[in-house]
Ligand binder design. Structure first.
Ligand SMILES: [Zn+2]
Length: 415
């Protein structure tokens, strides 16, 4: 089909239940919402003239496609042989986990194949935008980045992917990594990552100097893995916020995990929330298992953008993860003690609109002019979708059905 034909392609989606409870017809032209009108009303004047495709959604809930805000495409074993989890020998130790990972990866199926398995899992469940961290260090060099860049290119019509150059073995403690990160950004990574500046590199300023200098040099965003808890974690969050503010990078910086925000007194949390909101630093949490995590409601209340992701799926860090951001909203709500409808809606916002804000996505949402990337779910409203997590949903990309009940509909990639 010619590009012109695609641009003029039109579809009417009838009887869509919107988040506000109303029933609407969605008019899509060239992959974007052209008009949204109460169900049964006449289409825009020139719409019917082109004989649009006509799809009845029969009152299913229509929501924007989910945002998978933190994943590791290069290190998952999803679809590969099961790798039994190896526990750390003396409590959680990032350095030891990285060593276990290197051992597992040496025996794994090709990275592209594993990454594609994981991508199709995520797309099948309704995520059409994603941020993946990709390992860069002296041992793997840029090999992971090069492979995942190629996978991104192959899937570009199906999902929008941001890549973070992730110094998984530290920066200062892994000589040569700073130069490799620079190269990774030149090659096409969108953001620069970081890893526990204090506990891993034992030099907060030294680590952050490299991260923010590279961000400035390349006009890249920042997304730092921060597992450090308590006062040490809080101190680094404050340092990151101060640098973000000083460099005018509001909206382009995120801290992933930020466990420290989950185990500090309420007054310290209130102060941290205000600092993060003022600096425009987003917080990513996957509501991890038996672990303190950033209080979602309190941070949102303070004006902080809180987003989420699957993080590791079947990898060397833990065996969990299903690539389903609706299920992730359920976990966030469950672990946060969210029961009221407005709270369940907040959990859902974390995996949709807040995620879009954190990733700086343009044209997001069920709105005129936005890209018609959406999910139709058999649920009466958002709170029910969050608690029931229906699997028989249909995923639409640019107005085209792409997956149903978790499975891709034979949509081919660009190559
Ligand atoms: Zn991660």
């Amino acid at each position: 089909m010619s590009e012109q034909a695609i641009l003029s392609e039109q579809t009417i989606f009838r009887n869509a239940k919107l988040a506000d409870g109303s029933l609407a017809d969605l008019f899509v032209t060239g992959g974007r919402f052209r008009a949204i009108a109460p169900a049964g009303k006449a289409p825009p004047a020139d719409f019917a003239a082109i004989d649009p495709a006509d799809i009845d959604l029969s009152g299913q809930l229509v929501v924007p496609a989910f945002v998978e805000g933190h994943i590791h495409l290069d290190t998952s074993f999803y679809g590969d042989a099961w790798r039994p989890h190896i526990p750390c020998t003396n409590g959680f130790d990032v350095r030891e986990r990285v060593a276990f990972q290197a051992r597992n990866l040496a025996a794994a199926a090709p990275m592209a194949e594993r990454a594609e398995n994981q991508l199709e899992l995520c797309i099948g469940n309704g995520s059409l935008a994603m941020r993946s961290h990709v390992m860069v260090d002296a041992s793997v060099g840029l090999s992971h980045v090069e492979t995942i860049l190629a996978v991104r290119e192959k899937y570009r019509d199906l999902i929008d992917i941001q890549l973070v150059a992730f110094p998984k073995s530290g920066i200062l403690s892994s000589p040569g990594t700073a130069e490799l990160l620079d190269e990774a950004l030149k090659l096409g990574c969108d953001l620069i990552g970081g890893l526990d500046p204090a506990s891993f590199d034992r030099d907060v300023n030294g680590h952050l100097d490299v991260v923010f200098a590279l961000a400035q040099k390349h006009g890249a965003g920042v997304d730092i893995h921060l597992h450090d808890g308590g006062a040490l974690g809080l101190f680094q969050v404050e340092e990151i916020a101060a640098r973000t503010k000083a460099l005018g990078m509001a909206g382009h910086v995120a801290v992933s995990h930020a466990y420290g925000l989950g185990d500090i007194p309420a007054d310290a949390l209130a102060k941290a929330g205000a600092t993060l909101a003022a600096a425009g630093v987003a917080i990513m949490t996957n509501a991890p298992g038996n672990h303190a995590f950033p209080p979602v409601a309190a941070l949102r209340q303070a004006g902080v953008t809180v987003f989420s992701g699957s993080d590791n799926i079947r990898d060397s860090w833990w065996p969990y993860g299903d690539g389903d951001m609706l299920n992730r909203a359920n976990m966030i709500g469950y672990r946060s003690g969210f029961y009221e409808d407005r709270e369940l809606e907040a959990a859902f916002d974390v995996v949709t609109h807040a995620g879009a804000r954190a990733l700086g996505l343009a044209d997001y949402g069920i709105a005129v002019g936005a890209s018609a990337d959406f999910v139709a779910i058999p649920a009466q409203h958002v709170p029910e979708a969050v608690v029931a997590v229906p699997k028989d949903r249909t995923v639409y990309r640019r107005g085209k059905a792409m997956a149903r009940v978790g499975k891709m509909l034979g949509v081919s990639t660009s190559h």
